[in-house]
Design a binder for this molecule. Structure first.
Ligand SMILES: NC(=O)c1ccc[n+]([C@@H]2O[C@H](COP(=O)([O-])OP(=O)(O)OC[C@H]3O[C@@H](n4cnc5c(N)ncnc54)[C@H](OP(=O)(O)O)[C@@H]3O)[C@@H](O)[C@H]2O)c1
Length: 325
């Protein structure tokens, strides 16, 4: 397994298993089967509502000797309702308890969006609505600057609760501002990235700033079909440059798209609940795309963002919440 070297010197495995939308009932099995298949990087979050079940799978894998804790890279993410400095440590402690771990390898701010606090006893995970039972439920925001949240994230490193800290869904302006005030620079940026959203400038900025980039939704539209946030026609897997490379290499179109992701220097965290696809999505290191194939796939870019709070927060949560414009 290839890895990316973070500012701390730690090695982030280039392919991780994503756990968004893994049903809680499936999560212990998916975690065990992923570790069995060779995954050593698990991408979790409070908001995925399955950390306790992923933790159960990790415990089973460790108990049965599939791997040691130190062989695993476990990431979790701070949810939007916990941005105020006094809520950050309880939030990571809850994720650690659910995952059955003493320390996280990486803790990320999930979105640059601060929402009003919801206590654990009231709802966990709190998700987007402040009060889902209100007459017209909405997202309610909190006035917490990113620098305050980041200071509390840095304290988690000092306290030995997390080894590395980073952010998700930030653009270059927010990253610049964060780096200007940070005592510990963000080591990872996790953003949506696939051949329809190549974000060349963001990737270059991160590479020049010593920030490792992890691509989420690396297969593009697939994750968003069931949410009605993408259409079948938007699948990159059927595009000629992808199919031609797959044909030449005797690989699947999904492997070509994932290989494109790791070959351009990003980590990727594809999600699958199916054992056979776990193997498929990991078998990316015994073949290479030519420069011409890499370029042809990159040229598919259409700046298509499937996971855009500026769209889905209004559609699903009655609240206009753009962050990229
Ligand atoms: N930081 C953030 O804000 C954020 C946002 C979104 C996602 N993420 C992270 O990124 C991870 C991956 O993103 P994602 O889950 O949105 O999308 P993805 O991994 O690009 O795609 C997942 C979808 O593709 C299918 N699939 C997986 N492997 C396949 C293959 N080889 N051939 C054909 N279909 C395949 C899966 O179905 P099956 O399960 O049925 O195989 C699932 O429907 C998430 O799980 C999460 O950990 C982070």
């Amino acid at each position: 397994m290839k890895s990316l070297t973070l500012a701390s010197g730690d090695q982030l495995p280039s392919v991780g298993m994503g756990f968004w939308k893994v049903a809680p009932a499936d999560a212990p099995r998916v975690a065990v089967e992923a570790i069995e298949a060779g995954y050593r990087h698990l991408d979790c979050a409070c908001d995925y509502g399955n950390e306790a079940q992923v933790g159960e799978g990790i415990r089973q894998a460790l108990d049965s000797g599939l791997c040691k804790r130190d062989d695993l890279w476990v990431t979790s993410k701070l949810w939007n309702t916990y941005h105020a400095k006094e809520h950050v440590r309880p939030a990571v402690e809850r994720s650690l308890k659910d995952l059955g771990l003493d320390v996280l390898d990486l803790y990320l701010i999930h979105f640059p969006i601060a929402q009003k606090f919801v206590p654990f006893e009231e709802r966990y995970p709190p998700e987007w609505f402040y009060d889902p039972n209100a007459d017209s439920p909405q997202i309610e925001f909190a006035k917490v600057p990113i620098a305050e949240t980041w200071g509390a994230m840095e304290d988690l490193v000092d306290a030995g609760l997390v080894k590395n800290i980073g952010v998700c869904n930030f653009g270059t302006s927010l990253l610049r501002d964060l780096m200007n005030s940070a005592r510990i620079a963000p080591s990872v940026l996790q953003v949506e990235m696939h051949p329809y959203l190549t974000q060349e400038k963001l990737l270059r900025f991160c590479q020049e700033s010593g920030i490792a980039l992890t691509a989420f939704s690396p297969l593009g539209a697939l994750s968003y079909l069931s949410l009605n946030m993408a259409t079948e026609q938007e699948s990159v897997l059927k595009q000629p440059p992808v199919m031609q490379a797959a044909e030449r290499l005797g690989r699947t179109p999904a492997q070509v798209v994932l290989r494109w992701g790791v070959q351009r220097g990003t980590a990727i965290v594809p999600k699958t609940s199916r054992r056979e696809r776990m193997q498929e999505n990991l078998a990316l290191f015994d073949f290479e795309l030519t420069d011409a194939e890499m370029n042809a796939i990159s040229e598919l870019n259409r700046d298509r963002r499937f996971n855009d709070p500026g769209v889905f927060c209004e559609d699903a949560f009655n609240t206009f919440c753009p962050i990229y414009e």
